[in-house]
Design a protein around this ligand. Structure first.
Ligand code: GLU
Length: 421
C-alpha cells in the first residue's frame, strides 16, 4: 500500500515548491503562485430527454493572469472535482509561460457523464454552462477550449451562446472550434503534432533511433489517437495502445485504421485477429523505447514506476506522473518529458486561433504547423539549456524542473513588473 499523495492540486503545489527551492524564488511570488487567483463554482439546471431537470455542478478557475487572459480547456467527466481543475489551471499557467505566449492559465470542468448523454442534452448542458460562467469568460479575460470529452462541436455551441449573451459574434471567446466557425487550421491534431516535435528532438538528444523504435501509447482520444499516426511518420511502430476499456498489443506493430473500425463496431479496441489483449497497467510496464501516457492523471505512481522498462517517457496527458514516480524515474535516469512541455501544441495553436479571430486574418495549415514547430523546438531547447546551466553548477535537475524554472521565472517577473509584489 502506498501512502503517496494523489490529490492533483497538492501534487501541483509540491512540484512548484520543489522548483521554487531550486530557483530561490522570492517568497512573495511563491505564495501568490501556490493558489489560484479566482475560483468559480456553479450549479447548472439542464432539461433532460425524459422531461426532468437535472442539476450539474461546474467549475472555472483563473489560476494566474499576470501574462495575459486565462487560457485552458473544459473537461466533462463523472469524476471531475475542484482539486483537479485547480491543478490543471496551474499547469496551464506553466504551459503558456513555457511556450512564451501572451496568456495566463485557467481551466474548467463539469461533473457529468457525457457517454450517457445524447447530443441534445450535451448542447443544453454546454449552453447552460456558458450562461452560468458568462461573466467570468471573454476574449480579453478567459478563453476556454476543449479537453477530456469535450469536442469542437461543443466549442461551437459555447461560442454561439456567448455571442447571443453579448449581442454580437465573439469568435475569439473560445478556441478549438470547427473551421466553419473560424477555428484554426491544424488545431485538431496540434497537441499530438507538438508532442512529435518534442519526441524528435528528445530522441536525437538521447540517441534513440526512431526508425523501428517501439512505442506504447495509453489513450485513444484527442491526443493519443492522433499521436498514433504521427509516431509512425517518424519511422517508429506503435506496439501497444489502450483506452478506458483496456489495451491491445502486437509485436509487429498495430494498424490504426483497423483499431478505429473495431472500436466503432464494438466499443472496444480488442478482438482483432493476431492482436493480443492487455490491461492498462501492463501497457505501462512494456519493454519499449518510448512510453506515451495520453489519458488521465496519476497513471505512473510510486507503486509502478519501478517496474517501467521504457527508455523515455513523453507525457501527452496532463499530470500522468506523480512526484514519487518522478523521483524513481530520475534515479533510474529515465528521461521523463513533462506534460506542460509535451502537450503544449494544443494551446499554442489555440493561441494562433485566438490571434486569427482577433485580427480576422486566417492562416493556412502549413503556416500554422511551421509556427508550431518553431515554438515547440524553442520550448524544448529552453528546458535543455536550463538543465545544462544547473549541471554546470554541479546540480542534476529533471526535464520537469527545467521546464518549471523557465515558466515560473517568467510569470514571477511579469507579476513583479506589474507591481503585484
Ligand atoms: N486542453 C488543452 C490543454 O490542456 C488545450 C487548452 C487550450 O487550447 O486552451 O492544454
Amino acid at each position: 500500500m502506498t501512502t503517496e499523495e494523489l490529490d492533483p492540486f497538492k501534487i501541483s503545489q509540491e512540484q512548484l515548491d520543489t522548483a521554487a527551492g531550486i530557483m530561490k524564488l522570492d517568497p512573495a511570488a511563491h505564495a501568490l503562485l501556490r493558489e489560484p487567483m479566482q475560483t468559480l463554482t456553479v450549479n447548472i439546471p439542464v432539461k433532460m430527454r425524459d422531461g426532468k431537470t437535472r442539476t450539474f455542478q461546474g467549475f472555472r478557475v483563473h489560476y494566474n493572469t499576470a501574462r495575459g487572459p486565462a487560457k485552458g480547456g473544459i473537461r466533462y467527466h463523472p469524476q471531475e472535482n475542484i482539486s483537479t481543475v485547480k491543478a490543471l489551471a496551474a499547469w496551464m499557467t506553466w504551459k503558456c509561460s513555457l511556450a512564451d505566449i501572451p496568456l495566463g492559465g485557467g481551466k474548467g470542468g463539469v461533473i457529468c457523464d457525457p457517454k450517457s448523454m445524447n447530443d441534445e442534452e450535451l448542447e443544453n448542458l454546454s449552453r447552460a454552462y456558458v450562461r452560468s460562467i458568462g461573466r467570468f469568460i471573454g476574449p480579453k479575460v478567459d478563453v476556454p477550449a476543449p479537453d477530456v470529452y469535450t469536442t469542437p462541436q461543443i466549442m461551437a455551441w459555447m461560442m454561439d451562446e456567448y455571442s447571443k449573451l453579448e449581442g454580437h459574434d465573439e469568435f475569439g471567446v473560445i478556441t478549438g472550434k470547427p473551421v466553419e466557425v473560424w477555428g484554426s487550421q491544424g488545431r485538431f491534431d496540434s497537441t499530438a503534432l507538438g508532442a512529435m516535435f518534442v519526441l524528435r528532438e528528445a530522441a536525437k538528444l538521447h540517441k534513440i533511433n526512431m526508425k523501428n523504435a517501439k512505442v506504447a501509447i495509453q489513450g485513444f482520444g484527442n491526443a493519443g489517437g492522433f499521436a498514433f499516426e504521427l509516431v509512425k511518420k517518424l519511422g517508429a511502430k506503435v506496439v501497444a495502445i489502450s483506452d478506458s476499456s483496456g489495451g491491445v498489443y502486437s509485436k509487429a506493430g498495430l494498424d490504426y485504421q483497423k483499431l478505429s473500425e473495431q472500436k466503432k463496431k464494438t466499443g472496444e479496441l480488442s478482438g482483432i485477429k493476431g492482436v493480443e489483449k492487455l490491461t492498462n497497467e501492463e501497457l505501462l510496464e512494456l519493454d519499449v523505447d518510448v512510453l506515451i501516457p495520453a489519458a488521465l492523471e496519476n497513471q505512473i505512481t510510486g507503486a509502478n514506476a519501478d517496474r517501467l522498462k521504457a527508455r523515455m517517457v513523453l507525457e501527452l496527458a496532463n499530470g500522468p506522473v506523480t512526484p514519487e514516480a518522478d523521483r524513481i524515474l530520475f534515479e533510474k535516469k529515465v528521461p521523463d518529458y513533462p506534460d506542460f512541455l509535451v502537450n503544449s501544441g494544443g494551446v499554442i495553436v489555440s493561441y494562433f486561433e485566438w490571434a486569427q479571430n482577433t485580427q480576422n486574418w486566417y492562416w493556412t495549415e502549413d503556416e500554422v504547423n511551421k509556427k508550431l514547430e518553431g515554438i515547440m523546438v524553442r520550448s524544448f531547447n529552453s528546458v535543455i539549456d536550463t538543465q545544462a546551466k544547473f549541471a554546470k553548477q554541479g546540480a542534476r535537475i529533471s526535464p520537469r524542473m527545467g521546464a518549471y524554472i523557465v515558466a515560473v521565472d517568467r510569470v514571477a517577473k511579469a507579476m513583479k513588473a506589474r507591481g503585484w509584489y
